[in-house]
Design a binder for this molecule. Structure first.
Ligand SMILES: [Cu+2]
Length: 180
């Protein structure tokens, strides 16, 4: 065995591993209101545009500083866009929008963004929070949702692991100096 062989194995590893690692998740591209925006117009609709087409079944939920949760009265998903319509315009305040979608690659993704409404509509009829405050989430982060179902083929990982193990063994055999 020579170094060429090791390089060959390394190449194989790359060919097998890289595509499985770089299958892109579908991330949020932009939203209205945008992350960090202060909006002076009444907000009764949220529009989330993702990098790719998303599957049906996505959702978005708003939470204000007091812990009130606002759920959209309707959610429409079309292509790469999720449009959520609220029952009524949001009272002034700070909001965290938490979204959950299923990307084109079948991976559930979730994330959040923040915005502030300063449209002059104060909250008068709001009752004390009935929804307990949930754990704070990091600002505008996006990450895969906890995977309950295996969406990407586990076979590829098994194969990758096998190849990796083989490469490690071969590498070990190669570098193990024969006793003179
Ligand atoms: Cu993905």
């Amino acid at each position: 065995m020579n170094r060429k062989w090791i390089r060959y194995i390394g190449l194989c590893l790359c060919i097998w591993l890289v595509p499985s690692l770089t299958w892109a998740h579908t991330h949020l591209k932009q939203s209205t209101p945008g992350d960090g925006d202060t909006v002076s117009q009444p907000v009764q609709k949220l529009t989330l545009v993702f990098e790719e087409r998303i599957e049906q079944g996505g959702s978005v939920e708003l939470r204000d500083d007091a812990g009130h949760t606002v759920k959209p009265s309707s959610v429409k998903i079309q292509g790469d866009t999720l449009e959520a319509t609220l029952g009524s315009a949001l009272p002034d305040g700070n909001y965290t929008a938490q979204w959950k979608i299923i990307g084109l690659d079948g991976h559930p993704m979730q994330g959040s963004f923040h915005f502030e409404v300063k449209a002059g509509k104060t909250s008068t009829s709001q009752k004390p929070p009935t929804v307990p405050k949930q754990q704070p989430t990091p600002h505008h982060d996006q990450h895969p949702a906890p995977v309950k179902r295996s969406t990407s083929s586990p076979v590829i990982w098994v194969v990758a692991l096998l190849i990796l193990s083989a490469a490690v063994i071969v590498g070990w055999l190669f570098w193990r100096k024969p006793k003179a």
